[in-house]
Ligand binder design. Structure first.
Ligand code: NAI
Length: 333
């Protein structure tokens, strides 16, 4: 039984080959991302296609996959905004994902971005390498006592809240569903606009949906405190990049940390160090001294990659053998 992997990187091969020893599937790794340009290259006998965040599984792509006999789409990630679920359902293609592999990995990365920005360690690192030990321009601020707004308190948001409570922050949260255990820990749920109004720091942990596209835009930014810090490790489309750049220029947003970017599929997970990047907005963002960009690496820990490989292969094994995975939250269709 053959599984074709798209957007496959050397670390995907390492972890999937290791965990496949228990399954014995035939694994075929493609470096390119999946889209209309390459879907015809899927070889005969491929029953499973394994994809990642920037693979584009449009209706057209799914139609061709179905015609080639693909029976399962395995997302080796949590988010699924890049897949036309309805079309897959029409073809009877099952879709599984990895709903949780290490919420702590992403939450800890959000905290790492915050700690870099509030203490300017990205600047200090470069400065001391030049033997410049001056402190001018490195003045930071304490997290202790600050108000942190968390948008989305699912698995990752919850892990983030717990860390920030440990820092002695006041936590305000907005979510469609309130988490009773977090409330007991001292997290206060408020309407979205109230969270924007009162927070010194905002961290986004909700999925990207049609309804919340550009959740952070000119209008919502004006409702935030002047000098706000925004961290986005969720999905790039939650931020209107143009409006965010204007707010950074005006000083309304004092610090921005992004691990995701709305046009990241042309950039992230690639070495473009010898290329001219045509995307002006990412170049402008990277030119700000108070903006930290990482290339969708929040999930990237040994623990998370082990979980991703093991859960994905177990789900495929169950589906191929006609049984349901023990944890059915892995199934989307
Ligand atoms: P989850 O499903 O456990 O939690 C999401 C929470 O957001 C839920 O409580 C839900 O009620 C809430 N929510 C949904 N729509 C909302 C809205 N409009 N406003 C406020 N809250 C809303 O998901 P999990 O595992 O916590 O992941 C969150 C997001 O993190 C994923 O959707 C994905 O986009 C992103 N992610 C990023 C990674 C990275 O490497 N940067 C890795 C993994 C996930």
């Amino acid at each position: 039984m053959k599984i074709a992997f798209f957007s496959a990187k050397p670390y995907d091969k390492t972890f999937f080959n290791k965990y496949n020893e228990a399954h014995g599937f035939e694994l075929e790794f493609w470096e390119t991302h999946l889209g209309p340009h390459v879907v015809n290259a899927i070889t005969e006998g491929t029953e499973v296609v394994c994809v990642f965040v920037n693979d584009k599984l449009t209706a057209e792509v799914i139609d061709i996959m179905a015609a080639k006999g693909v029976k399962i789409i395995a997302l080796r990630c949590a988010g699924f905004n890049n897949v036309n679920l309805d079309r897959a359902k029409e073809h009877g293609i099952r879709i599984c994902r990895v709903p949780a592999y290490s919420p702590e990995a992403v939450a800890e990365h959000a905290v790492a971005m915050l700690l870099t920005l509030n203490r300017k360690t990205h600047k200090a690192y470069n400065r001391v390498r030049e033997q410049n030990f001056s402190l001018n321009g490195l003045l930071g601020f304490n997290l202790h006592g600050r108000t942190v707004g968390v948008i989305g308190t699912g698995k990752i948001g919850k892990a983030f809240c717990k860390i920030m409570l440990g820092f002695g922050c006041k936590i305000l949260a907005y979510d469609i569903f309130e988490d009773e255990t977090l409330k007991k820990d001292g997290v206060q749920y408020l309407p979205f606009v109230e969270v924007l109004n009162q927070s010194d720091i905002l961290s986004l942990h909700c999925p990207l949906t049609i309804e919340n596209h550009y959740l952070i835009n000119e209008s919502t930014i004006t409702k935030m405190k002047k000098g706000v810090t925004i961290i986005n490790t969720s999905r790039g489309g939650l931020l209107n990049t143009h409006d965010v750049i204007q707010a950074l220029k005006a000083g309304h947003i004092a610090y921005l940390g992004i691990d995701v970017y709305e046009q990241e599929e042309k950039l992230f997970f690639k070495d473009l160090s010898a290329s001219i990047i045509e995307n002006d907005e990412i170049q402008r963002l990277m030119s700000f001294p108070n903006v930290l960009v990482t290339g969708h690496q929040a999930f990237f820990t040994e623990e998370a990659l082990s979980q991703i490989a093991s859960i994905t292969l177990n789900s495929i094994d169950h589906l191929i053998n006609g049984s349901l995975p023990t944890d059915q939250s892995v199934l989307l269709v």
